[in-house]
Design a protein around this ligand. Structure first.
Ligand code: XXG
Ligand code: FE2
Length: 356
């Protein structure tokens, strides 16, 4: 961390994302009719959605455009005064910074937008329109009810550098995946948080900047299973990319879906509390077969290779920087014979990663 930098803004949590979609009607069928997200507002250009527990105007904006991409990932800061803090911090970092007026995105107050050092379009805001919280509106919760936005996952070439950048912004690492000493201690992925869960943002090693997925949380595993049944009944099982399953990292129950434009959406539940100041970091060996799926189910290759394009603040698609370090798919999928279920020499594998 660069100690000569000004204080970073006090980030509360990941708050909303904006996705560019090519067909609002098709996207609505997926996000509203299948996932059951609540429409706060819709017009010819965009649909503003929230989940049942959320009282801010939206946690997802679907905006119509010519090419599918992610145009904003927004973090909420603790107060309106933090916008000045954010502006000063990012000017000192030397990245592009813009102050956008209230209403620039419907329902959101004044904000600071940046192109972050990893190349992502990021917004910081505090003020936002409050709308009805549907927590107790069981009359409209379907069997697959989604509670809230949980995290972003971004693809970036140098996970070690990205982790340092986010640590500078006050995020902590809950878990990571690394290679051994024989692999230069390569960092393949890291999970980082501000709110007291496993993460607000996960960093996935690969060609970037790209958006890997946006994740929404349910209360129960049954809600995730229902979403699978629902897609099966619609004969849309090809929108299920990976899962359902239990993650090793995070311990969450999961499902990855692909929206009509190929944007990946994770449905996620049952991770754990991380809010104590000495919450340990858990490191997984990249060769542990249970790291990404606790039941040992293989990860489909598309999950490692595919991700959404991201835009700069002018709306242009960002160029990619290629990953230089080894790639997780190459060192784990059928490649090497080194991956294991129990650690070599262990009769029963009760050990999980390395806790520091
Ligand atoms: O949210 C997540 C993920 O980043 O989507 C992936 C938690 C864990 C995992 S992993 O595939 O590593 O188990
Ligand atoms: Fe995730």
């Amino acid at each position: 961390m660069n100690s000569s930098l000004p204080t970073p803004p006090d980030v509360l949590r990941c708050a909303y994302a904006e996705l560019i979609v090519t067909d609002l009607v098709k996207s609505r069928e997926f996000y509203v009719d299948v996932l059951g997200l609540v429409v706060t507002h819709e017009d010819d250009d965009a649909i503003y959605l929230r989940a049942f527990e959320e009282y801010l105007h939206h946690s997802l904006v679907l905006r119509k455009g010519a090419e599918a991409a992610m145009s904003v990932m927004a973090y909420r800061v603790r107060s309106a005064a933090e916008l000045d803090v954010a502006e000063t911090y990012y000017r000192a970092l030397g990245v592009r910074v813009e102050r956008v007026p209230a209403g620039h995105t419907r329902g959101i107050g004044e904000a600071v937008r940046i192109e972050d050092p990893l190349g992502f379009p990021v917004e910081f805001f505090y003020e936002a329109e409050h709308v009805e919280r549907f927590t107790r509106r069981y009359d409209v919760h379907g069997a697959g009810a989604i509670s809230r936005l949980d995290h972003f996952n971004v693809v970036t070439p140098d996970v070690g550098a990205a982790r340092e950048y986010y640590e500078g912004l006050g995020f902590k690492v809950s878990e990571d995946i690394r290679g051994g000493e024989d692999d230069d201690n390569t960092v393949y992925a890291a999970w980082m948080y501000r709110k007291p869960t496993v993460h607000d943002v996960a960093l996935t090693g690969g060609d970037g900047p790209r958006m890997h997925h946006i994740a929404f949380a349910t209360h129960e595993r049954t809600q995730i299973l229902h979403l699978c049944d629902h897609l099966g009944a619609l004969r849309q099982s090809d929108q299920i990319e990976r899962g359902p399953g239990r993650h090793g990292v995070s311990n969450a129950f999961y499902l990855y879906l692909l929206d009509p434009d190929g944007h990946r959406i994770e449905i996620y539940t049952h991770d754990y509390y991380t809010g104590d100041p000495d919450n340990p970091t858990l490191t997984w060996d990249v060769h542990d077969n249970q790291r990404r799926d606790w039941w040992g189910s293989p990860v489909v290759p598309s999950w490692y290779s595919e991700a959404s394009k991201v835009l700069d603040l002018d709306g242009n698609v960002r160029d990619l920087t290629l990953r230089q370090e080894s790639r997780e798919a190459d060192v784990t999928i059928g490649a090497d014979g080194f991956s294991y279920t129990r650690e070599p020499g262990e009769e029963k594998g009760f050990k999980v990663g390395t806790q520091v």
